[in-house]
Ligand binder design. Structure first.
Ligand SMILES: NC(=O)c1ccc[n+]([C@@H]2O[C@H](COP(=O)([O-])OP(=O)(O)OC[C@H]3O[C@@H](n4cnc5c(N)ncnc54)[C@H](OP(=O)(O)O)[C@@H]3O)[C@@H](O)[C@H]2O)c1
Length: 254
């Protein structure tokens, strides 16, 4: 057996939605582990804020404005990565949005489309571009950020639940299709993680207490609770794992 290590030196990693929250924590951890890291997001000012955090930590990062749901912007992003690094070893599909929506049958079609475009189509678009780059170097790792909402029909989160369930099936389909190309495709499914996205859940004390009652470990997650699992799936330690969804939820789905 080779050395047991989470070292990512020499690897190039793209973390979508890496300008804040979980994506930024993953991106910084990958940079600390030696990877050349690229992050994208829709807003330049958010990317600029992340660059500041990276440089305060003595790290560097490449940024590019790109909406993962827009094919032309994804193409530009991957062209920029190829031009700068010539390859991509790790893709973390972290972008996710629109957690709170009306009941599915009452939601506007445009809300359905936007939620699917960002959460599901975006994962397909970036994965397909990444695969053509990864094939050139003989393999890679794709890690999709799902949610326990993919497996539990939560009121007020219906479209997001359906989109994340799609992300988990996309994970399994790509894993089967790409195993011959030495591309591992896995997902991580957290419960509530303390970020801006989940603020409606943790900023209301009564609601937070109700949520915490459902978590055997008695607290919601911090971003660092999820980062280690993503690093493991990005590293050689997980080379024989593909098509898997690892739940990171303090026991709430147990
Ligand atoms: N937080 C939780 O409780 C929780 C629980 C389970 C799963 N998750 C999943 O974890 C992932 C990260 O969530 P988070 O809580 O860190 O979210 P967050 O704090 O809202 O951060 C989202 C990031 O994605 C970017 N982004 C949003 N839409 C984008 C798009 N269409 N194209 C490119 N970038 C986009 C945002 O930057 P811009 O606004 O500048 O685009 C930001 O950098 C999501 O997939 C989410 O579903 C979160």
């Amino acid at each position: 057996m080779g050395e047991i290590s989470l070292d990512l030196s020499g690897k190039v990693a793209l973390v979508t939605g890496g300008s804040r929250g979980l994506g930024k924590a993953i991106a910084m951890a990958m940079a600390i582990k030696g990877a050349d890291v690229v992050i994208c997001g829709r807003k330049q000012e958010n990317l600029d804020g992340a660059v500041e955090d990276f440089s305060q930590a003595g790290l560097s990062v490449m940024t590019q404005v790109a909406n993962v749901g827009k094919s032309d912007q994804v193409t530009d992003l991957f062209q920029a990565i190829e031009k700068r690094f010539g390859k991509l070893d790790i893709l973390v599909n972290n972008v996710g949005m629109n957690i709170l929506t009306p009941a599915v049958a009452e939601a506007e079609e445009s809300l359905w489309d936007k939620t699917m475009e960002t959460n599901l189509k975006g994962t397909y678009l970036t994965s397909s571009r990444a695969v053509s780059l990864m094939k050139k170097t003989g393999g890679g790792k794709i890690i999709n950020i799902s949610s326990i909402a993919a497996r539990r029909a939560a009121r007020g989160m219906g479209i997001y639940c359906v989109a994340k369930a799609g992300v988990e099936m996309l994970t399994r389909v790509l894993a089967v299709e790409l195993a011959k190309d030495h591309i591992n495709v896995n997902a991580v499914a957290p419960s509530v993680v303390k970020t801006r996205f989940s603020q409606p859940f943790w900023s209301n004390e009564d609601l937070l207490n109700e949520i915490v009652k459902t978590i055997p470990m008695g607290r919601i997650a911090e971003t660092d609770d999820v980062v280690g699992t993503v690093l493991f799936l990005a590293s050689s330690l997980s080379d024989f794992i593909t098509g898997e969804v690892i739940t990171v939820d303090g026991g709430s789905m147990a």
